[in-house]
Write a protein that binds this ligand. Sequence first.
Ligand code: FRU
Length: 481
Amino acid sequence: DAEYYQEPYRNQVHFSPEFGWMNDPNGLVYYHGLYHMFYQYYPYGLLWGPMHWGHVISTDLTHWIPQKIALYPDAQGNIFSGSIIIDKKNDSGFGKDTMIAFYTNDRKGIQDQRMAVSHDEGQTWKKIHEPIMRNPGIKDWRDPNVFWYEKDKKWIMVLAAQHKAMFYSSKNLKQWTLMSTFGSTDQSKGVWECPSLMRLPVENSNQKKWVLQISRTDGSPAGGTGVEYFVGDFNGQHFIQSRKLKRRDWVNYGADYYAAIPWNNLEGPRGERVTIAWMSNWKYAERIPTTPWRNSMTLPVSLTLVKMGDSFRLKQTPIYHLKPQDGHIRFHQKTIQPSTNVLKGHKFKVGEIKAEFDLSKSNAKEFGFRLREGVGQYTKIGYQVTTHQLLVDRSHSSDFHFNSDITGVHAIHMNPTNHKIQLHIFLDRSSIEVFGNDGIRVITDQIFPRAKSDRISLYSSGGHTVITSFVLQPFTSIWGS
Ligand code: FRU
């Protein structure tokens, strides 16, 4: 209801629950034309508490309609993260087309894997109390991600266990056999959570590669929690990381991207997959200055791979169906001189910017935008030409004190393509998402600026910058009628 979504920091084009605490997306599944999103939810407060699964549905991945809470905790334990599949052929014996949720039951830190079933497309749920897998003596053993593996006609489950991913298979969805484990050599920081394995198309080829995506509780580039990925092959039993890819890479280089998982039962025409992430960081998620809800989701993205030299890089294309609002600005081929602002006087709070810069005609050291500028605040989205760094600087963005372990500047190397740098930016009331060069690098950050810091500037420093095209498009809220 639009009335309830007007709070100063309520994101207008990103999902957040009407009230209460939210963390990870869970049970993402596409079925009968509806995108279902479940999520870790505590409806009675603004801190993490006994976990429920909240539920929303959408026809476009942008506008979300609240549903009844799907799963409640009980004396057996709390309902931690997991996934949902559609049992089209009745492999489980629960009936054809049953929606089956796999989740971790947590009882005072003891974790086991369980299932719940729905015969009415997710409206009502019945928990199967007997665990499908008892805890083998591992402390952090959770977040089952289940999918159908067509080649061997079997179901696969990936579980996170401290510093590894464990792969299980099943024919009947009830009995699971451990096939293999995959671990990282770097166990220095944090444990693994929310794993997922998906096959993605490599752009401009017929090749497909498998991507293992995992969330780590610490040690991400911006600090705190973040999502790492490995590219390789999967033979139905083992995930084998491609040799030349021993180097690590992160899905997002901002501070606010976690617990990303893909939608099941949904594959684009080229085999691309869609994911969404929790847009927060455990380092401060319980303290962000919002009420009566806490935490939002990112925009969903469509995933493919691109080959770069002898390695593969994840490419993310944001998915959004937003209505334009007045205030659109567009121009082409303009030279931006230092200490001028061609966007002077414009106010901008919610919308997108698409801009392309031509480095072959520029001699600036750095260029970009300052958003939510004014009353001593700004958030900078820039590109440093000499170091080839894409950056978001939120060290002057807010009155809120982000955790001091997390740096104010979040930067990542990004080479120009044909001397061009493209920035696709989504600005929302308390967040910013930057897709660099067609989503080859992404930075997502929360910001909590003052209401009066509402200006925008386009800057070029140390020389001039040629901008080949620029579009700024304000959006209306997704919470309207
Ligand atoms: C990740 C996580 C999961 C767990 C859930 C509990 O953010 O810690 O590993 O299942 O949150 O809410």
